[in-house]
Design a protein around this ligand. Structure first.
Ligand code: DC
Length: 451
């Protein structure tokens, strides 16, 4: 996977000039995604297809092959074998591109092409939906804007230099129309990603914007590198496997657990598979699929020792009773977007208290029951704490409702040291992560037909 930098923003904000200059400076491949939409518009216009007719455009995509090539580091767009890089830079094609870009089939058609380029290279990609849709995990996201008047002024000058006869008013009108189209379309509208840094270039010269954005990129990438090295050097800090929970806490917890278990067993049809794989003592990790908000409760009734689980910090900042309740149930806050170190320390602290830690390694809830990609976090915590990990699957069809059959399946516990995982090197974390991923997927595959 290359390093990905996304630059989004409205038409004429200078994205391509700026992105090109920065890419050259840092030796990244520059990908102008607007050119892809433009080449589709050119193809449709040449074949007399109405660019506003979604059906007609979609059915003509079959005869179209678009590729990006590079000559001396500069991007060329190849449409059915013809280099159309210059032909797509006319006002007519600009409006056509804006129209075809609102058609879902067009966006799907270009989606894989854009992602594949990003996967294989260090790239700087500019467009409208790069930070939000195409590369939501980009390492750096910039949202570049400028006032409509400034953008029209710049575009007008550019067109004049090319001998185009459009007036300033026409150019401004075009920009306003395209802004409207791009921000109001239903699919992937132009908007700033939550984690993008906004740069307004209205009052800056080209050199100033390039310097400013280069600075942001360097700072971000350096920060990431620092995080990565910190992670590689993270000391292994095994948990105390003999830790016991206080007698009264255990008693209280088990009383509540038995009541809740009874209620859940009446409400749902719960079946356990491999329950013997849950260690009797606390201090282990359930690496579990995530299907519903009730998942922590399902796991709580399966084991005997209290659980801990990470919950986003915001949940603790609202209603005080709710914050107390989830805290009592074992939730602890994690700052999203912060380094891993803090969450790992807290996780080890919880394991040391004899609690079982639930980690949902896919990171998000799965609505359809398919197992997503397992993230490295679970392996990192397992390796640092040298804790026993129980791969777990919560399996049911559709949504949770009365008398729904739910299978709670547990694989034999995994000991990091037995897999030769004694450090947080990337290689060892991958071994642990792959093992957890295989075990979880096997649990789901072996049990899903019992539903
Ligand atoms: O950046 P540009 O002006 O060359 O883009 C041409 C059109 O393509 C623009 O009106 C919006 C659309 N576009 C898009 O919808 N998504 C992208 N990632 C890039 C461009």
């Amino acid at each position: 996977m290359g390093i990905n930098i996304a630059i989004d923003g409205p038409s004429g904000a200078g994205k391509s000039t700026i992105a090109k200059a920065i890419a050259k400076k840092i030796q990244y491949v520059y990908v102008d995604t607007g050119a892809l939409y433009r080449s589709i518009a050119l193809f449709m216009i040449r074949n007399s297809v109405d660019v506003k007719d979604a059906e007609a455009v979609a059915s003509n995509l079959e005869g179209l092959d678009v590729k990006l090539g590079y000559v001396d580091g500069s991007q060329r767009v190849i449409l059915n074998g013809e280099d159309v890089s210059e032909l797509i830079r006319t006002p007519e094609i600009s409006m056509g591109a804006s129209a075809v870009s609102a058609i879902p089939r067009v966006r799907e058609f270009l989606f894989d092409l854009q992602q594949n380029i990003a996967r294989e290279n260090n790239i700087l990609m500019d467009g409208r939906d790069i930070g939000t849709v195409v590369l939501p995990n980009a390492d750096v996201k910039i949202f570049l804007t400028a006032s409509a008047e400034k953008r029209a002024e710049r575009r007008f000058k550019e067109l004049q230099e090319k001998g185009d006869t459009s007036t300033y008013e026409e150019v401004l009108e075009d920009i306003i129309k395209r802004d409207y189209n791009d921000t109001h379309r239903e699919i992937a509208p132009l908007k700033k990603a939550d984690d993008a840094i906004e740069v307004d270039s209205s009052e800056m010269s080209l050199d100033e914007v390039v310097a400013h954005i280069s600075g942001i990129i360097t700072e971000k990438l350096d920060g990431e590198k620092k995080n990565k090295t910190q992670r590689e050097m993270m000391p292994v800090n095994p948990i105390d496997k003999t830790a016991k929970l206080g007698f009264f806490r255990s008693l209280g917890y088990n009383f509540v657990r038995i009541c809740v278990k009874l209620a859940f067993k009446i409400w749902y049809k719960i079946e356990f598979v491999g329950k013997e794989n849950i260690p009797k003592k606390g201090g282990h990790i359930f690496a579990s699929t995530h299907r519903s908000y009730a998942d922590p409760v399902f796991l709580a009734i399966a084991g005997r020792t209290p659980l801990s689980f990470m919950a986003k910090e915001e949940l603790f900042q609202g209603n005080k009773f709710f914050a107390w309740l989830i805290g009592w149930l074992g939730a602890f806050p994690v700052k999203r977007g912060k380094g891993d170190t803090e969450a790992i320390d807290r996780a080890i602290e919880e394991l040391n208290k004899g609690r079982n830690l639930i980690i949902f390694p896919e990171g998000t809830r799965s609505k359809d029951g398919k197992v997503g990609k397992i993230k490295t976090g679970v392996a990192l915590i397992g390796a640092v704490a040298q804790a026993t990990i129980v791969p777990t699957a919560i399996i049911f069809e559709g949504k949770l409702k009365f008398r729904k059959k739910i299978i709670l399946a547990f694989a034999p516990p995994v000991e990091p040291s037995e897999l030769g995982v004694n450090s947080t090197s990337a290689r060892e974390l991958k071994i642990l992560k792959n093992r957890i991923s295989d075990d979880i997927n096997n649990l789901v595959n072996e049990n899903v037909n019992k539903l």
